[in-house]
Design a protein around this ligand. Structure first.
Ligand SMILES: [Zn+2]
Ligand SMILES: [Zn+2]
Length: 140
């Protein structure tokens, strides 16, 4: 029983169709300079591969994140967003339209060290989220 289950799992990992679908999911994330939710990735992936399922997209995103090919950003209870940029960077989020953009400032590391001293935590990472109104929403 158990060995049969294992062999099924192994077969699905090596399944070339699955590999192709993961590739599609990776392309969707890399082609976008937005930070897409899983639902948005699914919509775009379906245009390339109409037979792809939401479960496959979701599992591929999880797999690609584990492989370090993409990164996942979470904001409290909001849907995760997927980012083609895997190096450390910060985000500004528009409270009006939800637009999410990357930024990086050189002081972030110094801020992390200061925060670590204050909290007496051993720092592993820092992520700054600037909340505000984006230029598009401001001009309306
Ligand atoms: Zn906005
Ligand atoms: Zn980003």
């Amino acid at each position: 029983m158990l060995s049969k289950k294992n062999s099924i799992r192994k077969a699905s990992i090596d399944d070339p169709a699955l590999t192709r679908q993961r590739r599609v999911v990776l392309d969707v994330v890399r082609e976008s300079d937005d930070h897409l939710t899983a639902a948005e990735v699914f919509e775009r992936a379906r245009k390339k591969t109409p037979t792809i399922s939401y479960a496959t997209v979701y599992n591929s995103l999880r797999y690609l994140k584990e492989q370090g090919a993409i990164s996942e950003i979470t904001f409290g209870n909001a849907a995760s967003r997927y980012d083609r940029e895997t190096a450390r960077h910060d985000h500004a989020i528009c409270t009006c339209c939800g637009k999410l953009v990357d930024f990086d400032i050189s002081d972030t590391m110094e801020l992390m060290r200061a925060a670590a001293r204050r909290s007496r935590f051993k720092p592993e990472g820092i992520h700054i989220t600037l909340r505000g109104i984006c230029p598009d929403c401001r001009s309306e």
